[in-house]
Unconditional design. Structure first.
Length: 127
């Protein structure tokens, strides 16, 4: 496997492992990742991995705002449906905002999908 391909796969794995984790958990993941690179004698890949990691972190990220904490299966279904509309390579960041009453809002650099009760009420009021 080419060095660039290895670096790309490792960067994606690191990004996905750390996604939606708290800072303390992210630090532990990165520490373990670096330890594995060292033990597998792949530390020379680190500059390339960091370069690829930047690409993943700059991807068009979608902020998924939910009204409350819901089951992981429901979140995955919402993500799957949004990926059909927005594109397969979207990364999601979950946020809870009880003021939207129910439903969800999906925001990215290019899109805003408001499927919340608050949004419906606002649109009704505008008429």
């Amino acid at each position: 496997m080419r060095v660039k391909d290895q670096a790309q796969l490792l960067a994606e794995a690191l990004f996905l492992a750390a996604e939606n984790k708290k800072d303390a958990e992210k630090q532990k993941i990165v520490k373990n990742f670096l330890e594995i690179l060292k033990n597998k004698r792949k530390i020379y890949l680190l500059p390339r991995i960091l370069k690829e990691f930047k690409k993943y972190s700059k991807r068009d990220e979608v902020e998924l705002i939910l009204s409350r904490k819901i089951y992981e299966e429901e979140i995955e279904k919402i993500k799957r449906d949004l990926r059909k509309v927005l594109g397969e390579k979207k990364m999601f960041r979950i946020k809870i905002d009880e003021s939207i009453i129910s439903g969800f809002i999906a925001k990215s650099n290019n899109y805003l999908i408001d499927a919340s009760i608050r949004g419906v009420l606002r649109r009704i009021k505008a008429y």
